[in-house]
Design a protein around this ligand. Structure first.
Ligand SMILES: [Fe+2]
Ligand SMILES: [Fe+2]
Length: 178
């Protein structure tokens, strides 16, 4: 039965030999690569902006002796950096170029860079940014569907982490209220 919907071995072997320079991108890649690369570069910009915002918040929170919250900010900054690296690696794997240019960074990013005046401001702004990231990753995952399952799985992992971040921040806000 498998033969009914799988390509036969000869066809698979022949196709794999064509366009060797495209590496992991084979003729069977069914997503719109330009769109995927654009979305991934927007996600990369978002992650970089989040790293910068969390770093700022980490050092400012340390300055006002909010050590517990500062530690959380630092942990999130480290996670966002790891996401940025994963996304950049996938962009090159797809034959694109990761955009690390500071020019236009905040325009490409979905989330904003807000410094915040008080500790509460910082936490609230971080929560807003996480909620933006959650929705944009969810949309990208829906868009990709089965057309690029590797990128989709990577984004699903990142999404799960952003949900954890949002939950951490919501808990901190609740704790501070008591
Ligand atoms: Fe992230
Ligand atoms: Fe996050």
């Amino acid at each position: 039965m498998a033969g009914a919907f799988l390509s036969d071995i000869q066809t698979l072997r022949k196709r794999a030999r064509e366009h060797i320079a495209q590496g992991a991108v084979t003729p069977g890649y069914h997503a719109d690569r330009d769109v995927v690369l654009r979305l991934l570069n927007e996600a990369l910009a978002t992650e970089i902006v989040c790293v910068l915002r969390y770093k700022r918040h980490y050092f400012m929170a340390k300055g006002i002796h909010a050590e517990g919250v500062a530690a959380e900010f630092l942990e999130h900054a480290t996670d966002e950096q790891a996401h940025a690296d994963q996304i950049a690696a996938r962009i090159t794997q797809l034959g694109g170029e990761p955009n690390f240019s500071p020019d236009g960074l905040t325009t490409r990013s979905h989330a904003e860079y807000v410094e915040g005046e008080t500790l509460e401001d910082m936490i609230r702004e971080d929560l807003v940014a996480e909620r933006i990231a959650i929705d944009s990753y969810r949309e990208m995952i829906g868009y990709l569907g089965d057309a690029d399952s590797t990128t989709r799985r990577m984004l699903e992992e990142i999404l799960a982490k952003e949900e954890e971040h949002a939950d951490d921040l919501a808990n901190i806000i609740e704790d501070l209220g008591h």
